[in-house]
Design a protein around this ligand. Sequence first.
Ligand SMILES: [Zn+2]
Length: 181
Amino acid sequence: MDWSTIHADAGGWARSHHTTSDPNHRKAFANAVTYLVTGASGGSHGPSLREHLVSWSLMGIGGKIGDFDGLTVLYPDGTLPRAGQWDYDDAIAFAAPLCFDSPEKFLIQLVQISAHEHHFDDAEVDITAVKKAVRAKAGICKSPGCNRCLHKANKTGYCKNHRHLSPRQKEAVMRAKGKSV
Ligand SMILES: [Zn+2]
């Protein structure tokens, strides 16, 4: 099968198996599957965070991220086939969770990718999740649109106006309510 046939087939698979998913996730999937099978990236879309996530996942658990003259270089641990060596069905099974599961599942990698790679045509949910994580790391309130800096001792990730949004705080409220009953 040639590049465009594989790309069209993978796109069709995404549309029939993930009918309500974000179109940007489906496009990333079609590009990623084609890359795994042919070894050639391309398409008019992206590369998005999810397309990079599939390439980065080829590193395996023991893989390393390197930097060569400002270019990000990935060193795979050798446990997975390289791009261009994948069987079509295996590529579908490998790429589907990486492209369609919730961004929270891959948050650490997505934040790393956003710091290392140029990315385009991302799903809104991915951008929101990454921004939220980056803000939390920088000590800025996690509530979208709030730019208050947090005190170093703050463990909730939210400023005093948004403290009620913190899961920790919600738990404490539930516990307090339980006691008073
Ligand atoms: Zn806030």
